[in-house]
Design a protein around this ligand. Sequence first.
Ligand code: MN
Ligand code: MN
Length: 392
Amino acid sequence: MPALPVSRRGLLSAMATGLPATGLIAAASPANAAEAEAPPPEPPVAPPLATDHGDLPSFKYHFADSRKKETAGGWAREATVAEFPASKALAGVNMRLHAGAYRELHWHALAAEWAFMLSGHARTTVIDPDGNAETNEFGPGDVWYFPRGYGHSIQGLGPDGCEFMLVFDDGAFSEFGTFSVTDWLAHTPPEMLAKNLGVPAAAFAKIPDRELYIMPGTVPPPLPLEPPVGSLVSAPQTHRYPLLAQRPIEAPGGTVRIVSSKEFPVSTTMTGVLEDINPGAVRELHWHPHADEWQYYVSGQGRMTVFGSSARARTWDYRAGDVGYVPRGYGHYIENTGSDPLRVLVVLNSGVYGDISISDWLARNPARLVAEHFNLPLDVVARFPKRKVIIA
Ligand code: MN
Ligand code: MN
């Protein structure tokens, strides 16, 4: 039988059996020329809208085009600037952990980590530079935030582990930016570990010789309802925020939940917005003066037009599982084009939320000024909304 090059299937099954898994970028390295071809950029809608014009980079990416890095404990796939070139300031990772499995102890040198639990349950641990540590559990709709550089781990709980979306505030966070504890100790002399941790060097003879990344583990017992008296070393700011528990902002065409540093003080560099848009409704024309926007289409289907100045505007259609991106300051709207509710998870790289919306902007200018901009009769301008619509 002729020698075959290592196929992706072979690589994945090697990982599944616990053989080398050296990081997402390495795992995604093409094993042959055909796999070296990046997925084609998503074209704007065909036929384009009559108002579309000019060239903009693709602001749409299918998460399904990312190769899954699979291990016996679960899988992960990522959309960084390598896969989705427009997304320079933010990146996403979709991860599944089976019950008991760990995303091992690690930190991110370049980015903070913001997460939204899609399904199932997980437990995290996190430590800050002052030695404050926190353990939390997360269910569907819960958010976590780990500041850049904080050490953390994630474990899938029973009965069926969990799936979640991670968002990082640097599009290139992954390559050379994620530091795993097994990788570190594998590259530290056992004699040094012996000195540091106070046991003989021989005790480290069988520790992993490379990064595990995601590995199987044991479902832990439930946390005690109350910590034992005198045991608490709690973080001064919690890393958990139950976003779905928040009372939403009600708009004519749907609802919005916002979790910025105002609602969730530890989240100083990122804000999450959960937008539920009714069929036919539109998240109105707006822009964000001080943040880039990363989007994950959770359910339903929608259409976004991005306006990039200089007569450039392009429109893409999005379905569940798609990622969208809007650079800071670019105008945009999202229309629900389906017959079901559209849910979009929006993450911005600022802990302070801000947008300027077309309805509010026009309402706060004299009617004559607006009328003379658009050559409209004053009585038409008088019927415009008097305050921010949010979702029309
Ligand atoms: Mn992490
Ligand atoms: Mn927006």
